[in-house]
Ligand binder design. Structure first.
Ligand code: FAD
Length: 330
């Protein structure tokens, strides 16, 4: 996988990062450097088009068979999942499988058909986000930027550099607060770009493209069912987004590895019932739950109070060591 990542970097698809800027509600800025990993790994901003292609290529090289189809629903037989019903090249087909892994994202049809209605995500554990690309913005090279200001809390706006003067920008906010204040994401983006510090960095003739909105389901809601007779959910289909950072790729990969391990063991036992697969939920809890709770706590009790965020960023800005520890714990 490392070779594919380095090749993507050399083709200019991945943009190297060496640090971040965190801007507080009253404009204090915290700078933190990113450390290389234990094997000298670097950090990158990677557009999903390129990241997903890199992962897909790796999966195919490892033996996965790729077919393009739209899953319509799980195939249910006697209450057990026995495959999927999908549309492929204009025809509806049935694919049978001993186990189905629902990896179809936040709007997962597998999840919606299998998880009980009463167990869907609540608005306090969800967010909405908007992302766009801006061309013509002065950047801090190789730095990601996060902006925490009154109107976006609990949430943040971001600027992720993609290449010279081109950035992925966006903002996200917890859904219950977004609804309560009757916010509008397009208006919020407009207001963000109109903030004096941002407006001053926009060049004449800058353009905005690929504006899109999504929902995010946090992994901080307790007791959600991720396993069923003959199926389990991974990544956003399960709802494993970090409630503070809004990041979900790392947890999606962790859950993918745990799902593969669990399914492999279940197939060897010849038992793919929920009882046999539910060790997966325990493994996910062990790998992610304490981090989710900690992030949920920070999000609930910190990001709700702009003055506190301001104080914290000023404090961390003066104590570099504490800042690095704090950022690494998020
Ligand atoms: C605006 C925004 C910005 C984000 N930024 C970050 C970030 O910087 N870092 C980070 O870690 N996370 C980020 N996230 C979260 C991250 O995108 C997700 O957590 C991550 O993509 C989850 O991966 P996944 O594979 O579970 O789902 P997805 O990436 O959503 O993949 C699901 C796949 O399933 C396919 N699919 C869906 N339905 C069907 C169907 N019916 N049949 C067949 N295929 C189907 C989709 O086409 C897609 O390819 C962001 C989210 C948003 C909304």
């Amino acid at each position: 996988m490392k070779d594919q990542i380095l090749a993507a970097r050399d083709r200019g698809e991945f943009y190297r990062l060496d640090g971040m800027r965190l801007v507080s509600p009253s404009g204090h800025t915290l700078h933190a450097d990113f450390h290389r990993g234990p094997n000298d790994e670097e950090s990158y901003v990677a557009p999903r088009l390129f990241l997903d292609a890199t992962i897909q290529q790796h999966a195919i090289e490892c033996g996965a068979c790729f077919r393009q189809a739209e899953v319509k629903e799980p195939l249910l037989e006697d209450g057990r999942v026995a495959g999927v019903v999908a549309r492929e090249n204009g025809t509806t087909r049935t694919y049978r499988a001993p186990v189905v892994i629902g990896a179809d994202g936040v709007t997962s049809v597998i999840m919606r058909h299998l998880r009980p209605e009463a167990e869907q995500h609540r608005d306090t554990h969800r967010a909405v986000a908007l992302r766009a690309y801006v061309e013509g913005l002065e950047l801090f090279p190789h730095k990601v930027e996060f902006f925490l200001y009154d109107e976006v809390l609990p949430g943040y706006a971001w600027i992720f550099p993609a290449r010279d003067k081109v950035a992925n920008i966006g903002l996200g906010m917890r859904l219950d607060v977004f609804r309560r204040h009757k916010r509008n994401l397009n208006q919020m983006l407009h207001d963000f770009l109109a903030m004096p510090d941002i407006r001053a960095r926009l060049t004449n003739g800058h353009t905005l493209r690929d504006v899109a909105t999504w929902q995010l389901n946090f992994g901080s809601q307790e007791r959600l069912q991720h396993t069923f007779d003959g199926a389990l959910l991974v990544g956003d289909a399960a709802g494993f987004i970090n409630p503070l950072t809004g990041g979900g790729i790392h947890n999606a990969l962790i859950s993918g590895v745990l799902a593969a391990q669990t399914v492999d063991e279940a197939l060897r036992r010849g038992d793919v019932s929920r009882e046999s697969l539910c060790v997966y939920e325990q493994r996910c809890d062990e790998a992610m739950w304490s981090g989710m709770r900690r992030s949920f706590f920070y999000q609930r009790f910190l990001l709700n109070y702009p003055t506190l965020v301001d104080w914290l960023i000023r404090f961390l800005g003066r104590h570099g060591g504490v800042a690095k520890t704090f950022v690494s714990k998020l």
